[in-house]
Write a protein that binds this ligand. Structure first.
Ligand code: PMT
Length: 398
């Protein structure tokens, strides 16, 4: 039986008769090792008492978007970030419609909008409501937004109708939840990831750097944790909260990142170089702030060590993945780096665009190995990171 150990799941309950099955879902998720918190819409409370779910989950049940006391505890954004999966079961036709329209009028809606977690819905409604074109369109939209749809089943309904629309049985839902984490692909593997920019000092207050936010690297770290890996991020200066369950080693300059990477890779299996490392640094770092007197000054730069090349050179058993930040002839330049830096694979991305690449929430990339090139169309960095981790897992399993 697949496990959910180490996984955090929010069970969102909306107001339908199938809500009584949600208690069983909470129990079954816990049996598989998941930590579960429950969020209810106001109408769900008409069908099942929050106290039952509180007793089962071991957490206070979250229901009110505007409750200052609850917000002082684990606020809704914190809760949204806490989860690895948001499972809405049962999901009524009305709630599905509110998801499609991006409404934030209940705590559960707000969490749905804010969460970077995977999302699954288990629809439950009358067969007529399920087969209505509006519901079909809404389900289609959710699918396009990568929301997983569990069910529904068909059979006799609470209202006496027969047809499709019954919520699936708790065990079936929990199996699907487990399957969506059933990567376990990197279980037992140690993954080291460089992320963010480096800063190369000019004087005590100035430096050379770039626009990397660290989002791509931190998303990769989160995806590797999801896949069961033990993850170390060697992070340049960024203003992101590190994903849970990762070790973070801060590094400001390329030289620091180089040393940290070589040390961390000693017992690693996979190295992913997503950091935007400065290729050059000032030869001399002024001890005092450079005064603005001359009309122009010259800055002599010297090459930084190439971190990913050094790792590939020193650790021949390691699976090494580089990134290629390109503005033209993307595949050609990326392939050149793949060969020159002796990498196992390279992720090429276009950094000339503002909607992807540096500092955006989305990215578009090509996964390139010696004998293949796979395009990943524009998607969130969270999703792209999962796709890259999946590609790595498949490659090392060969
Ligand atoms: O951080 P974000 O805002 O989310 O942006 C993500 C990103 C655009 C920074 C990321 O997707 C990306 O492209 N990272 C690689 C940036 C880069 O430095 O690319 P490059 O083509 O110059 O370098 C090629 C490879 O060599 C990279 O893996 C880089 O980490 C590595 N390198 C480069 C120089 C150096 N001195 N040491 C290195 O290890």
């Amino acid at each position: 039986m697949s496990t959910l150990s180490n996984k955090r799941i929010i069970v969102g309950i909306t107001g339908g008769i199938a809500a009584y099955k949600s208690a069983e879902i909470v129990r079954r998720l816990q049996d598989r090792g998941a930590e579960v918190q429950v969020v209810m819409t106001p109408s769900a409370e008409e069908f099942i008492r929050p106290l039952t779910l509180q007793a089962l989950s071991g957490y206070p049940v979250h229901a009110d978007l505007l409750d200052p006391e609850a917000e002082a505890g684990m606020g809704h954004i914190e809760l949204a970030r806490w989860a690895d999966l948001l499972l809405i079961a049962p999901a009524t036709a009305d709630f599905v419609a509110s998801m499609v329209h991006g409404r934030g009028n209940s705590l559960l809606n707000a969490i749905y909008l804010a969460t970077p977690a995977r999302i699954a819905v288990a629809p439950a409604m009358n067969q007529g409501m399920w087969s209505h074109p509006a519901t079909s369109d809404n389900m289609q939209t959710l699918k396009q937004r990568q929301v997983m749809i569990f069910g529904p089943d068909s059979g006799i309904q609470a209202c006496g109708d027969i047809g499709e629309g019954r919520m699936q049985q708790p065990d079936t839902i929990v199996d699907q939840v487990a399957n969506c984490f059933e990567t376990g692909q990197l279980s037992g593997k140690k993954v080291v990831i460089t992320a963010g920019p480096t800063r190369e000092a000019i004087d005590p207050v100035r430096y050379i750097s770039n626009h990397s936010s660290g989002k791509m690297g931190y998303s990769l770290a989160a995806a590797a944790v999801e896949a069961g890996a033990q993850v170390t991020i060697i992070s340049g200066p960024v203003s992101l909260t590190p994903p849970d369950r990762c070790t973070v080693i801060p590094a400001v300059s390329a030289a620091e990142m180089h040393n940290a990477a070589l040390a961390a890779c000693v017992d690693a299996d996979i190295f992913i170089a997503s950091a935007a490392v400065a290729d050059y640094r000032p030869v001399n770092v002024a001890e005092q702030k450079i005064k603005k007197s001359a009309d122009s000054i010259e800055l002599k730069l010297e090459k930084n060590p190439d971190i990913v090349s050094a790792v590939a050179e020193n650790f021949s058993d390691l699976f090494v993945v580089g990134f290629a930040a390109e503005t033209q002839d993307i595949e050609t330049y990326a392939r050149d780096k793949l060969v020159r830096k002796k990498l196992d694979a390279i992720v090429a991305n276009d950094v000339s665009r503002t909607d992807v690449g540096f500092n955006s929430d989305d990215n578009e990339a090509w996964w390139i190995t010696a004998d293949s090139c796979q395009a990943f169309s524009k998607r969130s960095k969270t999703q792209l990171a999962r796709d890259i981790i999946d590609a790595i897992s498949k490659q090392i399993a060969r």
